[in-house]
Ligand binder design. Structure first.
Ligand code: HMG
Length: 302
């Protein structure tokens, strides 16, 4: 199959990127990050999550962040909502999209959201129905689709089983997530193909952590299947609080550089994206993880 000519990138940096940061990041800095991402041309931004502040303190200012962002027409703002309590808190903040997140492994489901896979689907069902009632699209994220920090191997059958469960409750979009970055291209294609059995190409995306340095290869493997939507995190921020040692998502800068080289349009201005990454890295007092960002910043510094 010919590679797609356009790719949509969802920057999950403000949520996935920052959720695991130990040092507090102010609401104003989070809103500024969103502003810089949209200036760089991002059209989809995952802003925050409506989860328990005891479990994930960094996202406790979820509603304040949603109120603080300066929305631009044409940009979609999404938030995570694991249950009705989260959805009810998120609804007045007017997200364009919500994300429910399940896992392909029982052990991760328990650690991450404190319930079994079956229970998680029961919890999501009313959330999906209420979101649709409110005219809000529902994205599903499927954690540990390529491996689990507790269970180890995860099979394509296990992935497909949960994809089907999510589909059965009306989840509109399926994000296949490599939470701990252990996937390699052929395994990623096998998992994606299971999602594509139940969702059209336009409603399947990849979410790759770069822990083992495989994320760009895995994205390329998805492009070969025609998949054209990916999550990425500016500066390579992040890591999941329930996946020890897992590093951030693939850096948005690195994905854009690769796609530019392939002649695939993203609508994103790489230089401005590097500015956004440099900004949040400055707030966090460290260099961006993105190798492309480091190279461009070094070149700029002369
Ligand atoms: C899912 C829950 C909330 C269940 O939490 P629980 O403890 O099982 O829920 P509960 O219903 O028993 O409630 C316990 C307490 O939590 C409160 N509570 C209950 N729900 C909410 C809510 N929505 N917002 C705020 N508070 C909430 C509730 O009010 C109560 O408060 P208390 O009476 O003790 O004061 C909890 O386990 C949790 O917050 N977990 C954190 C999950 C999380 O944020 N994980 C990271 C994001 S997922 C991810 O990063 C993976 C992804 C998507 O990027 C893809 C990938 O790479 O894999």
């Amino acid at each position: 199959m010919a590679l797609p000519t356009h790719v949509t990138l969802v920057d999950v940096g403000p949520r996935d990127g920052l959720q695991n940061e130990k040092q507090p990041v102010s609401t104003a800095h989070k809103a500024q990050l969103v502003a810089l991402l949209q200036e760089a041309g991002l059209k989809e931004i995952e802003v925050t999550s409506f989860v328990s502040p005891k479990w994930v303190p960094q996202m406790a200012d979820n509603a304040d962040v949603m109120a603080a962002i300066a929305r631009r027409p044409g940009v979609r703002y999404s938030v995570l909502t694991p249950n009705m309590k989260g959805f009810e808190a998120a609804l007045p903040t007017q997200p364009d999209e919500i994300v429910v997140f399940a896992a392909a492994s029982e052990a991760f489901s328990q650690k991450n959201i404190n319930c079994s896979i079956a229970e998680s689907i029961e919890r999501f069902a009313p959330v999906v129905a209420a979101a649709h009632e409110a005219g809000i699209k529902v994205r599903g994220a499927l954690s540990c689709a390529l491996g689990c920090p507790y269970q180890g191997e995860v099979s394509a059958d296990e992935v497909e089983r949960v994809v089907q469960l999510m589909k059965s409750i009306g989840v509109d979009h399926m994000g296949v997530a490599d939470t701990i970055g252990v996937g390699t291209p052929r395994k990623v294609q096998a998992a994606m193909e299971r999602a594509l059995k139940h969702y059209p190409l336009v409603e399947v995306s990849g979410h790759f952590h770069d822990t083992y340095g495989q994320a760009l290869s895995n994205i390329y493997a998805c492009l070969e299947l025609g998949v054209h939507t990916f999550d990425a995190s500016v500066a390579g921020l992040g890591g999941c609080p329930y996946a020890k040692g897992a590093t951030g998502n693939v850096a948005t800068e690195d994905v854009v550089f690769m796609l530019n080289g392939l002649g695939i349009d993203t609508g994103i201005d790489l230089d401005r994206l590097v500015d956004a990454g440099a900004f949040i890295s400055g707030v966090l007092e460290r260099a961006p993880v993105s190798r492309v960002a480091r190279a461009i910043l070094a070149k700029r510094a002369g």
